[in-house]
Design a protein around this ligand. Structure first.
Ligand code: TRH
Length: 369
């Protein structure tokens, strides 16, 4: 059977969320929906962090059955094979499509073979998302670009969740845990020093797993050291830090499931923390005019609406995001951990009943002309 061809275009703006999302989506569309995926990436060096077996000297290669292509600069477009536009093209996060690719789409005469053009947007729990999701946006060149908004309700494009994401890993019986396991992945402007100090003073032993990233200087500074490295273990009072390498996505997902509390950030690690079903504290990606705070609050309102101890969760998030974390806020979060754990697990299962993003995207693309 001839496989339907889909192209995904990914520009790596900052950090790993853009490629993290595109890579998960590419793999799921290929493995669960039988599509042939070409993933165009502008920066293979950064992409290697998420796709470890990429050879960034190669402009074309296959990794895990995904065709990975280097997105060349405009002057090299002619060599890039853009003339062969796929059945569906996903423009990730408004990254723009190459002019030669758009030109090929404009040339397509037959309505049946026209490329369907989807702009995959960033995730937000804000209510306006439902109004804009799946809406067409006619372009000056005669093409139609569709907005595709991921989200937390039926009226949106769903969340990325592979078929086997929610196994039987949920563990609600955590009341007698003596040593808490905490994973830490955050932006360097978070109050890391305050968090470590609060963990050290907790009434419980804490093993904190720090994934190697741009926050290592802050961790080193807390312990009065110049630098720290992967593999280092450091302790202060009840806090025990282990510096871990940057994991593969699968190993990182497993770590999230294994920990009792996960500090996550951006978009993709946030969603994975939800699927892990464990208490998590999310630091949204910084945006001007406090847009990220609005995003955070609408998410908290949606996710914790029916949670009796929601105040504790709100306080912990706002302390973390507004850089005012105190020992009291942290201890209060720990004191309520059993309830937060049970509620998170319940919400995770509830969200997993909604159709996932890849499945909804395939249905949507089959529907539009
Ligand atoms: O890296 P991020 O901060 O990415 C951000 C956000 O996506 C943000 O919305 C976007 O606007 C900005 O980039 C440009 O956080 P995020 O989204 O959690 O992506 C991190 C990826 O790294 C995610 O796919 C999980 C993965 N990861 C690993 O594979 N191994 C690891 O050890 C860790 C810590 C993360």
């Amino acid at each position: 059977m001839i496989k339907q061809r889909w192209d995904i275009f990914c520009k790596i703006v900052d950090n790993f969320g853009d490629i993290g999302v595109c890579w998960r989506l590419a793999r799921q569309l290929q493995s669960e929906h039988g599509l042939q995926i070409r993933l165009w990436i502008d920066d293979l060096v950064v992409a290697q962090k998420i796709i470890p077996n990429i050879n960034f000297a190669k402009s074309s290669q296959v990794c895990d059955e995904i065709i990975i292509l280097k997105w060349p600069s405009v002057d090299k477009e002619d060599d890039a094979g853009f003339a062969l536009a796929a059945e569906v093209v996903i423009e990730a996060f408004s990254c723009g499509l190459p002019p030669a690719y758009l030109a090929a789409m404009v040339q397509q005469k037959s309505p049946v073979s026209k490329t369907k053009w989807i702009n995959l947007e960033y995730l937000s729990a804000e209510p306006w998302v439902a109004d804009f999701h799946a809406k067409p946006s006619p372009q000056a060149n005669g093409l139609t670009r569709y907005f595709y908004f991921p989200g937390f309700t039926d009226a949106t494009g769903g969340l990325i969740r592979e078929r086997d994401t929610l196994g039987s890993h949920y563990d609600n019986s955590r009341s007698d845990i003596e040593t808490l396991k905490v994973s830490l992945f955050c932006y360097p402007h978070a109050p890391i020093h305050d968090l470590l100090a609060a963990m050290a003073e907790s009434n419980q032993q804490i093993n904190c797993y720090v994934l190697a990233s741009s926050i290592l200087p802050q961790i080193a500074d807390f312990f009065g050291k110049e630098t720290i490295d992967i593999g280092d273990n450091l302790s202060q009072k009840n806090l025990h830090i282990s510096v871990l390498p940057f994991f593969s996505q699968a190993d990182y997902d497993a770590l999230l499931r294994d920990c009792d509390i996960n500090f996550v950030r951006g978009e993709d690690s946030w969603v994975r923390a939800i699927w892990a079903g464990k208490p998590f504290i999310w630091q949204p990606y910084f945006q001007d005019e406090n847009t990220h705070i609005k995003k955070l609050n609408t998410f908290l309102d949606l996710f914790y609406a029916d949670f009796e101890a929601k105040q504790v969760v709100y306080e912990a998030h706002s302390a973390w995001v507004l850089a005012q974390l105190s020992n009291e806020v942290w201890q209060s979060y720990l004191d309520n951990l059993s309830a937060i754990n049970a509620f998170t697990c319940q919400q995770s299962k509830k969200l997993a009943k909604l159709d996932d993003l890849a499945a909804k995207l395939v249905i949507f693309c089959n529907k539009i002309l």
